[in-house]
Design a protein around this ligand. Sequence first.
Ligand code: CA
Ligand code: CA
Length: 392
Amino acid sequence: MKIITAVRALGVRAYLQAAILAGGLLLAPASVSAQTVSLLTTAPATVGDFAPLGADVLTPGYYGTAVYRVTPGGALTAVGAFTAERGVTVGHDGAFYFTTVEGVRRFVPASGSSSLFASRTGVQTGITYHPGLNVYLVATQSNAILQISTSGVVSTYFNSPVTRAFESVNVAPNGDLYVVSHTGEVDVITTTGAPAMTPVGRVIDGTYDIERLGNGDYLIAGTSGRITRMTPAGVQSTFVTIPGSGLFRMQLINGLLYVGTFDNRIYTVTVPPTTTITGVSPASGPNGGGYPVVITGTNFTGATAVTFGGVAAASYTVNSATQITATVPAGTIGPVDIAVTTPQGTSPNTAADDFTYAPAPVPTLSEWAMILFTLTLAGGAAMIVQRRRMTL
Ligand SMILES: [Ca+2]
Ligand SMILES: [Ca+2]
């Protein structure tokens, strides 16, 4: 197995700094950002997208005469004798659904049998099953995204108001769609109510596929061989470059990014750990700030920023990879989102990172009683002083 390791410039610097600090001991810091690219196998044909089958993956031979099953060790076997196209997804019934020139074909690996599930030409590109909508969504390399019911009825789900060549459609954890066009545009389409599209950004590359990291950043496969990382705000960087003649489809499966190239190779790429917030204690406090809160989560090592509603924490200490103590900055009354930024990215916005600024505290009834008692004592003392003065 050929191993190529791509270490980003940031990772090299951090590694060297750690080596110098350690007095020459080669200790890699936990914050090193690097993707390891490994050649898994070479297929008889260019392969399309990937779907998990236990620890293995299934992938269509694009214009080949079979679909392939590949083990984690790279052993490849032909398992379905039909001509598939680019897309595959695990379906509502656990079977596999492939796009083909004649429509969507349902395949059951255990029996090796396949049948035409939905007859429709022009659905050669990406397919995904949306559990919330209980339909299959199919890109058409045009402005349209089709939906297919679980009984195989095809209709239009969405038509873009601007020119697109939708190539790969995928479902985010919140149920929204993230879509890439062959011409590089990345869009989010909301699925609650009437679908509505918001552009995220565009890569200058031919593009067949998109994926999403745990922190919400997108990975876009380019025909140049480059995988571009794009934040939800559209900021781009190079994630990794794969050798060979350009990238076709890719899929995150079992913590690895499976990538197919036009020269029939299948690579796996490691993905960075995700920074997430799982809890904040206390989850509310006075809006004046200046007190500590404990933030728990994952992969906090090397944190470079902690923010409350976009405002930097007054100070913070990374106690461990899973805990940060931050001093709350002043804010306006109401809820805000806490975010932690590390070399792996910024934590995604979830309910677990919510913090509420409350009004400055007013004394409780018992506190009022204490204040009254203190004032009475002070008043009494003042009267005694006065009397003594009068008697002198
Ligand atoms: Ca994919
Ligand atoms: Ca939140």
